[in-house]
Design a protein around this ligand. Structure first.
Ligand code: GDD
Ligand code: MN
Length: 410
């Protein structure tokens, strides 16, 4: 996409965004250290106070080397016009008035695309994020963090006056994220935060496809984030304007999580799933042969059919899905060891699957076929991850001493 600074146009502080891919490029000019994006939708009453307080903190900490980019979605209360008036008094302020596109997360990324800083940040405009905390976030970045997150759940953090329902919804959303994307959402104490800074180099070139409100999840999932710092802050009550959160946003959040989950699946997973499907055919065919053709009883026929399917799956996975790792580890005894582990993990998976099916039908009253679909999906995930870790362990991890393995979080 192209960002047009309008030099000769309406106002020198105005930038216009065109629709296009949401990808962060290199900074156009270097001298800016920090670009803080302020997404707004009807925040005319809050913006002047916010900008004033941000400038007073940042003038002391990053003098002359920061910019505040207000990204307004053509608010009916003319927030953009208020921002432009402020830009005359505060040279660090720039304004983007979007007409074609809507939405909090895309507003943030559009702002970052127009940004010139090495560090990119975001803060709400409604003063629920205390502007003074920006100084602490900046200090963490200056100390070398790739990502500094303002957190309600870190020391010194909290929410001022939330109902039990709102707290539960917020924690429920976090828990859901943790189940679907543990290695992403589990990296920070407040993955719902919209108050953070990230090093441009950590997200440069990554195609971000944010949906709805939760841009931090996207940054964590698609960026190359090494060191993370957290800064506690207290989420204030809104004194003016109103929240734009609706039930629709909860569904968007769920869609966002699922999309990210699918995008981050390892390349081996589709192979593993295809092998699993072939195993179902082997199982069916053997059951038919043993029971209908050879006249075996159902239970022994099923046990043998399942075991043959596991063997067939093992061979395909050892030759194809994890073929490279199998070659590294060698065949003979090493292969027998892999087979034993694969067998044990898949047997546990079978127990898991049966248990899940029964639980969903008996306790949750789910349709048995839907429940079986979910049980199969969960079991496939279990089989994949467990076998990836224990049966086809990469040689590098086998060689590393346990302490070192723990340190790198493997
Ligand atoms: N440009 C633009 N477009 N800005 C928007 C839009 C939009 O469609 N929707 C909301 N905003 C702006 C608001 O004006 C405000 O500055 C900020 O985004 C946050 O919106 P709120 O509607 O006030 O959100 P909230 O306080 O309920 O939700 C916040 O929850 C988190 C805590 O879990 C999120 O905004 C997070 O930033 C926050 O940390
Ligand atoms: Mn808010």
């Amino acid at each position: 996409m192209t960002i047009h600074p309008i030099e000769s146009g309406i106002h020198p502080a105005v930038v216009e965004a065109e629709d296009g891919e949401l990808r962060i490029g290199p900074a156009p000019q270097a001298p800016i250290e920090l670009s803080l994006v302020i997404p707004t939708r009807n925040e005319a009453k809050n913006l002047p106070d916010l900008l004033e307080r941000l400038c007073s903190v940042l003038d002391a900490q990053v003098p002359g080397a920061y910019e505040l980019i207000v990204v307004d979605d053509d608010s009916p209360d003319q927030t953009w016009a208020v921002a432009l008036r402020m830009a005359e008094r505060y040279p660090a302020v720039r304004v983007m008035r979007r007409r074609g596109e809507r939405g909090l997360s895309t507003a943030v990324v559009r702002g970052w695309q127009a940004a010139r800083g090495k560090v990119l940040g975001v803060i709400d405009a409604d003063l629920q994020h205390p502007p003074e905390t920006v100084g602490e976030l900046w200090e963490e970045m200056a100390r070398g963090a790739d990502l500094a997150v303002g957190s309600r759940h870190a020391t010194g953090g909290g929410v001022s006056d939330w109902s039990a329902l709102r707290r539960a919804l917020s924690r429920g959303a976090q828990l859901l994220g943790l189940c679907l994307l543990p290695s992403v959402v589990g990296r920070v104490s407040d993955p719902m935060s919209g108050y953070f800074m990230v090093r441009r180099s950590a997200i440069e070139g990554a195609a971000l496809s944010p949906l709805g409100y939760k841009i931090l999840v996207e940054v964590l999932g698609r960026g190359r984030i090494g060191r993370i710092a957290e800064v506690g802050y207290v989420f204030r009550e809104r004194s003016a304007g109103e929240s734009k959160v609706t039930a629709r946003l909860y569904l968007q959040y769920l869609r966002h999580l699922i999309r990210l989950r699918l995008a981050l699946l390892p390349a081996r997973f589709p192979k593993f799933a295809a092998v699993g499907l072939s195993g179902v055919l082997v199982d069916m065919a053997c059951l038919f042969l043993l029971k209908d053709r050879l006249g075996w009883a159902l239970t022994p026929a099923k046990l043998v059919a399942a075991e043959l399917a596991i063997l067939s799956n093992f061979l395909w996975n050892d030759l194809w899905t994890f073929g490279d790792l199998a070659r590294e580890q060698g065949y003979g005894r090493a292969r027998l060891k892999r087979l034993a582990r694969f067998n044990a993990i898949c047997a546990a998976g079978l127990v898991l699957s049966v248990g899940l099916l029964a639980m969903q039908v008996a306790v949750l009253g789910l349709n048995p076929y839907l429940a079986n679909g979910i049980a199969i999906a969960v079991t496939t995930g279990w089989n994949f991850w467990m076998n990836k870790i224990f049966s086809w362990t990469p040689a590098a991890k086998l060689a590393a001493p346990a302490a070192q393995r723990r340190a790198v979080g493997a």
